[in-house]
Design a protein around this ligand. Structure first.
Ligand code: SF4
Length: 95
């Protein structure tokens, strides 16, 4: 099942609260030094949580929320293993 990573640029956020209105399950406004900024409760979300978070990203007036799909770890591990096997076979040919 796909997973997604949320990247949030806190400096750019103007605290409009739009994200919290469309996705209150993951976005909240937090006050710090008299200034309100959004804060994601989770930065790694499941496929079920993607739609509402994507809506939050789309509605943000300053586009400070981005969401990207996380690559499956199993496949990356397989690729690395394949690469090291190739290196070993090259060394054997030298002898
Ligand atoms: S919609 Fe964007 S600017 Fe508004 S509070 Fe959320 S992250 Fe900040």
């Amino acid at each position: 099942m796909a997973k997604y990573k949320i990247t949030f640029d806190r400096k750019t956020c103007i605290g409009s609260g739009a994200c919290t209105s469309v996705c209150p399950e993951n976005w909240e406004l937090v006050e710090k030094n008299g200034e309100f900024k959004a804060k994601p409760k989770k930065t790694e979300i499941s496929e079920e949580e993607y739609a509402s978070n994507a809506e939050a990203a789309a509605i943000c007036p300053v586009e400070c929320i981005t969401i990207e799909k996380i690559k499956a770890k199993k496949r990356m591990a397989d690729d690395e293993g394949f690469g090291s096997e190739e290196e070993q076979s090259d060394e054997e040919e030298d002898f």
